[in-house]
Write a protein that binds this ligand. Sequence first.
Ligand code: ADP
Length: 509
Amino acid sequence: MAYFLGIDVGTSGTKTLLMDVRGKVLAAANGEHTVSTPHPAWSEQDPQQWWSATVKAVKAVIAKAGIDGRQIAGVGLSGQMHGLVLLGGDDKPLRPAIIWNDQRTAGEAAEIEKKAGGKAALIKMVGNVAMTSFTLTKLLWVRKHEPKVYERVRHMLLPKDYVRLRLTGEYAGDVSDMSGTLMLDQRKRDWSDQCLSLFGIDRSILPPVYESHEVTGKVTAEVARQLGLAVGTPVVGGAGDQPAGAVGNGIVTEGLVSATLGTSGVVFTHSKKYVTDPAGRVQTFCSAVAGEYCMFGCILAAGGSLQWFRNALGQHEVEQAAKAKIDPYELLTREAAKAPVGCEGLFFLPYLTGERTPYADPYARGCWIGMTARTSRRELVRSVMEGATFAMNDALTIFGQRGVRPRQVRLSGGGARSAFWRQLQADIYGTTCGTVRTEEGPAYGVAILAAVGAGAYKSVPEACSAIVKVTRQIKPDAKAKSAYQKFYKQYTRLYPALKGEFAAMRDWA
Ligand code: ADP
């Protein structure tokens, strides 16, 4: 029997997962790492820790599964996207990696947009607008603030690609992860000469870019001995954590969308064609399917809004739930289910921490609007869930405007644990929803990519249709769907009406 290993270099830890050729998960393991914050809003990690965590988690997953590591026929890599790893001539990190959530580069992001000739020109060049998370902003920061370090840079890699270097001795990246650098020409699926020359980036520091299922190198003899793998085990390109998670969810053909309703929400879709949003409200990346693309939007406080309600106003449910030994969210959703569809015109805007999709407005605020003397707790809690789901629906609406229409939305994240919230999503999205087994996340997606790279399947869509099974289908309720269409229309008018007021509140917190 051949097995496939997925390695996901996350922020708090590196997760490994072993699956067989039919996609059955044998075991998963974790190795932890730490984040350092040398200044407020900075976020850095030591790449050596990723490697130590990988060694620990690979050994642990093989032991847990009780297999011979030499039976592993392919390795896939996934990881936190955007992080900047800079290596000198000896392949040692020149400084800690500046990771995705580091916020020091607002100045560089603005400078990039200006130099590119504005938002639209930048989108035309690299598919996306400049955000502080994107790698180019970090590279320019190091050039400006640490010129001595920059002079010594010989290689730039993303986090998972540093682990690849340690595994195989090869410098390589994949198209999906590299789409998050702001330096990739997504149409060519290679570095953008225009971007590199505009910002004066030396191409020789950038690795070759592969499709996600392609073999990028083989496990070296020394590492094979250390980890108990076979010498020469192929390591495929892999994918950034979002596109890799999408493979695990089967979002690899047009018409499929995933809605992950966790603390934040991510709405993700697949597109055969290269489609960008001219306003930059959603991101476009190369997908893990060769030659194809994906788009996604991020809602900052999706499940986080309900969490806020639980913490701020749900003391009653928290106490009752503790007595009954159940989750307070269950009691809150029971309460919400008693309120009518649309809460008689009570709306909640879930912008508790500003908003990314579709408004990219750090000053947006959360609020209720439309209370009457009849409004009770049940409307308050239901409107929070409706508001968060309307916000997720904004991303779906943008996909539709770009010609990518959903046939099925696959639900995951904490919100999908609740039957009530699953049905609410089907009613608001107005589309059949489904769930698949997804607890494994990105590591599962890249184990599937490894199976394709090793030749067990002909393509990523073929592998996903064999492996990823829909476990539940939720159809929209016709009456609720039609009511929500009207409520959603009004919801979309509220932020534009309040935008100026939110901006005026800027100095009050
Ligand atoms: P994270 O995104 O932090 O990894 P989860 O994916 O578990 O976390 O999502 C957490 C969110 O999911 C919570 O804030 C809450 O809004 C929602 N949630 C979790 N469990 C339930 C439940 N049983 N019913 C309704 N919502 C839930």
